[in-house]
Design a binder for this molecule. Structure first.
Ligand code: AOS
Ligand code: ZN
Ligand code: ZN
Length: 390
């Protein structure tokens, strides 16, 4: 197999593409109706990391694993780091959790009770301690805070308390670390959330300083939202910190990225490339935030990172000089045609040949399925408590 001439021009840019996988993608998960157990599910964070390392081994695309505190809590994070590195992966973003504690029912960083706010702040400071031990760069904060009924809370007072709490956390962020603030316009609160949109996240992270950025979860927008515009704008502003990639059909579905709308993924990645937020000079973290409720988890993750790679290759194929010319000429249809030409290019054979040239399986999914890994973990991982989105 050989790669085509046009593909070989863009192939070097695919080198080093890194997609961070979430530890919770390997655990059992489900909806509010049912969490399905599945054979082979990790019982410990070590087993989650081993599965994540397997995704990397077959794809070369997933060199780091994002952890969630407290789901992935261990006594010795330095030892966990060594363990992960031994398997060929790094420990990545640390995700805080203020959504599973009765004390936070009416708010955490925004709560009216100072003691509750302090407890939530302390949790984040403990997460930074974890980052120091794991070598993680990013603290990712997603807040489940908001209200269900008009009048329930003081919208403005909550923003003020949030700003104050975030500032306290930010003070503890090290020189080589970052705080990324994720937004979501609904759920679990339904009337309002305290960080509903990119603008609110941007306002907060801008006030914090240069080590604070916005995290964009592709599933956290109202239907019809032009997400690539938000991407372009945040890159312009220098505040796009990270992605949580996933697919949504209806709400925050957390399905396989690129499954619902590969064209949207292509458009997003095009804006990243266009804006210089892709490649070795970019600090943007490309992460998955997904759950695999009914499909097998490792193949689900393999499919996800391959989807991102495939749409990246297509976005790199956009003839940007020709596109700029058509845009400047006001040639609406030609500009659109150039853009669509790249999107419609089937890069799968080229990618397969390119992978082989780098010592990777041409078809990582098939190679994984043939490897016996899944059968092995199903046989080995019996007993104990399966880890999950709990
Ligand atoms: C929740 O909807 C968010 O997408 C968060 O990123 C969350 O922290 C993640 O799903 C795991 O906790
Ligand atoms: Zn997310
Ligand atoms: Zn989400």
């Amino acid at each position: 197999m050989t790669v085509s001439a046009r593909f070989s021009e863009i192939a070097p840019l695919l080198e080093g593409q890194a997609i961070e996988v979430p530890s919770w993608a390997y655990g059992n998960s489900g909806t509010r109706f049912k969490v399905f157990g599945s054979p082979g599910t990790p019982r410990t964070v070590h087993e989650k990391i081993a599965d994540a390392a397997t995704v990397h081994r077959f794809t070369g695309l997933a060199p780091s694993v994002s952890l969630h505190i407290p789901w992935d809590l261990v006594d010795d994070f330095g030892a966990l780091r060594t363990y992960a590195e031994g398997l060929g992966v790094a420990l990545g973003t640390i995700n805080s959790n203020t959504f599973q504690d009765d004390d936070y029912k009416l708010g955490a960083l925004t709560h009216t009770d100072k003691a509750v706010r302090q407890k939530a702040i302390d949790h984040h400071l403990a997460c930074v301690d974890v980052m120091d031990a794991t070598g993680s760069r990013d603290l990712k904060i997603w807040l489940a805070e908001g209200t269900n009924y008009p009048g329930q809370g003081d919208l403005r007072g909550r923003q003020d308390r949030l700003a104050e709490s975030l500032a306290t956390i930010y003070e503890r962020i090290g020189d080589d670390q970052r705080l990324v603030l994720e937004y979501k316009f609904f759920e679990p609160a339904f009337y309002h959330t305290d960080v509903p949109d990119w603008g609110t996240s941007y306002a907060h992270v801008s006030a914090l300083g240069e080590k604070a950025f916005v995290c964009l979860d592709t599933g956290h927008h109202a239907p019809g939202t032009n997400i690539e515009f938000i991407v372009a704008q945040l890159i312009r502003l220098g505040k796009l910190g990270s992605f949580d990639f996933n697919s949504r059909f209806y709400a925050d579905d957390d399905l396989i990225v690129g499954a619902a709308d590969p064209y949207q993924l292509f458009r997003i990645l095009y804006e990243c490339i266009r804006g210089g937020a892709f490649g070795p000079d970019s600090d943007v973290a490309y992460m998955l935030d997904q759950c695999h409720n009914i499909e097998k988890k490792i193949p689900g993750q393999i499919r996800s990172v391959l989807n991102v790679q495939e749409m990246t290759a297509r976005a790199l194929l956009v003839d940007r000089d020709a596109l700029t010319q058509a845009q400047e000429d006001g040639d609406v249809l030609l500009a659109n045609e150039i853009f669509m030409d790249a999107f419609y290019t089937d890069v799968r054979a080229d990618l397969a040949a390119w992978r082989e040239g780098r010592g990777l399986p041409a078809n990582p999914m098939r190679a994984f399925l043939d490897s016996g890994y899944q059968e092995q973990i199903e046989a080995d991982r019996v007993g104990g408590t399966q880890a999950g989105w709990n």
